[in-house]
Write a protein that binds this ligand. Structure first.
Ligand SMILES: [Mg+2]
Length: 253
């Protein structure tokens, strides 16, 4: 299988004194939307509106039909862009660029002190998002945590055999693990979407559910999810849990 495209590599942050040791071998895979920031408050609405605008223009649709098609492809494929590529020959990356072409900075909302908390979390950090790269970079920059990431894996890089393979693709996660050259049990995915965590567990990755009430699709999954190692409501909880040994899978991994 052809490899994934190379992610955007960022300069590695300096290792803080005192953080060396077994836990610094950990690799955190962080989702972006509704994990690192609250996307449901403003940004989802702006993206949905911009996507429908682009679809109206490119597919000659009225707003009602553009909205309907956008939601239909999102439900069927997990991303509207995939449906547009499969059924209309529109390059997903071009659609995503066009529909994320707005200033995100005034719309970003996140928990207080996220930059400080992020700096205290040991381990390598990689972004794993189905969003486009430029948008992801802008959000991380606004949050003040871009420099903590050694790489950004965006939807731009998730293409196998010519087709987009974004989360929750198991094939994509296997390729990612091969690229990381780290045992799966040393890798932790923090994500608000249960389907993504289920795939991660299928390849041996540890899982943290970043709960967000606005996350779609999660309601389909009832009861306790055996593939979720831990649930947090905010990033700061990762630090609290680590200090209180509430992350046994980190210590024992
Ligand atoms: Mg998310």
């Amino acid at each position: 299988m052809p490899p994934l495209r190379s992610p955007v590599a960022l300069p590695r942050p300096r290792t803080r004194a005192g953080l060396a040791g077994p836990q610094s071998d950990l690799v955190w895979l962080f989702d972006l939307d509704n994990t690192l920031h609250d996307c449901s408050r403003n940004i989802f609405g702006a993206i949905d509106s911009a996507m429908s605008d682009v679809m109206m223009q490119w597919l000659q649709l009225d707003r009602q039909n553009a909205d309907r098609l956008r939601k239909d492809y999102w439900r069927r494929y997990g991303a509207t862009a995939i449906g547009l590529e499969r059924h209309h020959g529109i390059r997903a990356s071009e659609f995503l660029e066009a529909s994320h072409d707005f200033d995100v900075a005034p719309l970003v909302h996140a928990e207080t002190g996220i930059a400080r908390k992020f700096a205290s979390l040991p381990g390598r950090k990689i972004l794993l998002t189905n969003a486009p790269q430029r948008y992801a970079r802008d959000v991380l920059k606004t949050l003040g945590i871009l420099h903590h990431f050694e790489a950004l894996w965006a939807i731009d890089h998730m293409r196998l055999q010519g087709r987009i393979r974004c989360k929750p693709s198991v094939a994509m996660l296997r390729q990612l693990l091969a690229r990381l050259r780290v045992p799966a049990h040393r890798v932790i995915l923090v994500d608000d979407t249960l389907a993504n965590l289920r795939s991660a567990r299928a390849v041996g990755i540890r899982t943290v559910l970043s709960h967000h009430p606005g996350t779609p699709h999660n309601a389909r999954h009832h009861g306790r999810s055996a593939y979720v190692d831990m649930r947090v409501n905010r990033i700061g909880h990762l630090l609290t849990a680590r200090r209180s040994n509430g992350l046994p899978f980190l210590a024992g991994a």
